[in-house]
Design a protein around this ligand. Sequence first.
Ligand code: LLP
Length: 385
Amino acid sequence: MLSRQVAAKLAAYETPFYLYDVELLHQTLESLMTMASRYGYKVHYAIKANYDARLLQIIREHGLGIDCASGNEVRCAIEAGFDPKTIVYAGVGKRDKEIRYAIEQGIFAINCESIEELYVVNDIAAEMGKVVNVALRVNPDIDPKTNHCIDTGQADSKFGISYEEILDRVEDIKALKSLDVVGMHIHIGSQIRELHVFENMCNKVNLIVKNLTALGFELEFVDVGGGLGVNYDMPENEPIPNFASVFAIIKQHLQVGKREVHFEFGRAIVAECGELITKVLFNKTTATGRRLVIVDASMTELIRPALYGSYHNIENITSESEQRLKYTIVGTACESTDVFDENVSLPLTKRGDLLTLKTAGAYGMSMASHYNQHDLPAAIYSDEL
Ligand code: LLP
């Protein structure tokens, strides 16, 4: 909970804006990288979660690489000073110019998600006179037990190449002379809270790596993706995600010999350090008796509730009232799904009060849009207050 002094300082800034707790980000990265180095694991930050320049600078200082989903994300990472040799690039639909750019920059690996993509990357590399490092993104058919909007590893998903298809096409893949298949990649979904899912994932990876090796692929690394979830319900209870548990599970169950093991965490790194601060514009009650609080943020600044029905804990950080009421918190956008939450118990909430939507550091700002011609929200950092 933000202190009264901090809340008073926030009143000076134009709302809505993202507030980042840089100290918490440092602590999170410290915890993550201490654990990772204990096991010799490599960590890439999934830049799609938040590409704020200041956050990227801190993430780079802690020695992470980057996981990208587009050519512009690769460019953004390089401009932020990340070594291309620490950048991986996945995505089901890479454009030719994005593939060309990634090859030019000499990134660590392009994670290919279809047989057709392997052919195209091979052709582009050949044209450029290069041999490019790729990883096969395999669809492992695993249920990650998360919101169905953000699972990526079930058999019918658009992500990755089915293991069976790889087996069928082994000789074709090996014949692509401008590719070096150096890795295997898997990412089963996001906001995974049932950690035993990672054990299932390891069992699948073990099998796949063993068989691909027997078929003559010389895999140097296994990239097991990201997906570790955070505590949206009670962020105060778990400001730093449980990296230790995930790493322990992977250590215990993954059997890939001396190959490097890579991770691509996004949400777990930045979700908790960010919150969206918004101001109450109006109160009104619907004809049905629903008490609405209309705030100056909307789905254009934080789309997760409207898009996935996701929950963000909301607090009034300025009201000093003892009286509590149940409110529906809605945004300014001309969309009926632009509702942040219903039945939120808040102290008496009035025009001008500041509300915070917590755990918004991941997939908040990076998914913000200009819908209704809104300006993009600013970023304020805790050490500048
Ligand atoms: N690696 C790959 C290949 C990915 O597709 C993703 C996320 C990650 C790593 C990072 O996953 P994380 O550690 O953040 O779970 N916008 C949604 C989440 C979409 C995730 C997309 N891929 C949300 O707001 O919940």
